[in-house]
Design a protein around this ligand. Structure first.
Ligand code: PMP
Length: 397
């Protein structure tokens, strides 16, 4: 049976983690893996989550299955969190939420839905994008194509993106990072989004927003700007929402696929398909993380605690971005690395080459992905000067 099975390479980021763990240098710095870290280098459970879990221990009555679309309370609250409490689509019952195991599960469900219900449509991804987008949609049977996003000069290429989208066949699906683009950290501004919206509308493309970092860019409401703009303007769209980062619920696999349709009746059709597809993927979703999110979002004091915690995470990242650019200033590198302070979210395409990344790892025990992507949350405010010195050395010779 198993004698002829070829071995496939492991995830390069996890391989980097193994190297990091084996490194005896006490000053080592992990800027690789994509989880939020606090000043102590830990990925803590938010206090609001702990409080909600304590409540659930006392109040939970059963561990019987939840429905195919998941926890209804979670769905209703997440729809408001993503689309805004005054969203027209909500008032008109044109938006529905299907809970999934994390943002990844939601993306896979979207992929399966497109493959089955919209056959022949390609999905267009930004170049570059989160590597799992590439493999996940291909695994769902979709043809994967790319539009330019960040070029070799490490700059956002909005004109290239728009020109490419203008050539996309009508009906195709365009994946858009709602905020905090992974891996680059480069986000579109409001004007850019309006231009993208024009093309998407004119060419009748179907937007699929990947919303994995709500609250990590400019704020919980601000980060939803583009998603809400599209939802108010276009009749139909898909959104995947992840609660992994902003609720710190990574391992609880909590997320959802949101469908917005032109009419309430169509939503029922779409949702019937989603439930049927989900049944073949994971049957019913895991309950705990969604119950935690519903408890927090449904309770004003808990929601306030959580919002403050998200805001603190966001500010920590923003100040580390600023701090690193300031630390690079004495080396005459502020301009060269100014983009680090302009980017949003946890990740930064630093512009460091693979060779420079390898030197940082070998000579300074600083671990980042060879694309030059750094997890800014992995930085330590106390050690920005040391890091700036190391960067200055590897970029100068
Ligand atoms: N989309 C993007 C862009 C991501 O970075 C991630 C997490 N790394 C996800 C989706 C999925 O997150 P999860 O499945 O952990 O909720």
């Amino acid at each position: 049976h198993f004698g002829q099975i070829p071995r496939v390479p492991g995830d390069p980021i996890l391989g980097l983690m193994d190297l990091y763990r084996a490194d005896p240098n006490p000053a080592k710095l992990d800027l690789g893996v994509g989880v939020y870290k606090d000043a102590q280098g830990l990925t803590p459970i938010p206090r609001a989550v702990k409080l909600a879990e304590q409540r659930l221990v006392d109040s939970e009555q059963t561990k019987s299955y939840i429905g195919g679309h998941g926890d209804a309370q979670f769905g209703a609250l997440l729809l408001r969190q993503v689309l805004g409490s005054r969203a027209i689509a909500l008032g008109e019952q044109r938006a529905g939420c299907t809970q999934a195991p994390g943002g990844t599960g939601a993306l896979r469900l979207a992929g399966e839905f497109i493959a089955k219900c919209l056959p022949g449509r390609s999905i267009w991804l930004s170049d570059p994008t989160w590597p799992i987008h590439e493999t996940l949609f291909a695994a769902a049977g979709l043809r994967v194509q790319h539009y330019p996003y960040v070029g070799a000069d490490n700059r956002l290429d909005v004109d290239g993106m728009l020109a490419a989208l203008q050539q996309v066949p009508p009906g195709d699906v365009v994946l858009l990072h709602a905020c905090c683009h992974n891996p680059t950290g480069f986000d579109l501004n409001h004007d850019d989004w309006l231009r993208v919206l024009d093309v998407v509308r004119a060419r009748e493309l179907l937007p699929l927003f990947d919303f994995a970092y709500q609250g990590f860019g400019d704020g919980l409401e601000e980060d939803a700007w583009a998603v809400r703009l599209f939802a108010e303007t276009l009749p139909e769209m898909l959104i995947t929402s992840s609660c992994s980062k902003n609720f710190g619920l990574y391992r609880e696999r909590t997320g959802a696929l949101i469908a917005v349709t032109s009419e309430a009746q169509r939503l029922l059709d779409v949702r019937s398909q989603l439930a049927s597809l989900a049944r073949n993927l994971w049957s019913t979703p895991p309950a705990h993380g969604a119950a935690v999110v519903a408890t927090i979002l449904g309770d004003e004091p808990l929601r306030q605690i959580w919002q403050d915690e998200v805001e603190r995470m966001r500010q920590r990242i923003a100040s580390l971005r600023q701090g690193l650019v300031e630390a690079l200033t004495p080396y005459g590198l502020a301009e060269r690395f100014a983009h680090i302070a302009q980017q949003r979210g946890m990740f930064s395409y630093t512009g460091l080459t693979a060779e420079q990344v390898r030197r940082l790892r070998a000579e300074d025990s600083v671990y980042l992905v060879e694309s030059g992507r750094a997890n800014v949350a992995g930085l330590d405010a106390e050690r920005l000067d040391a890091l700036a010195k190391a960067i200055a050395r590897v970029v100068s010779n």
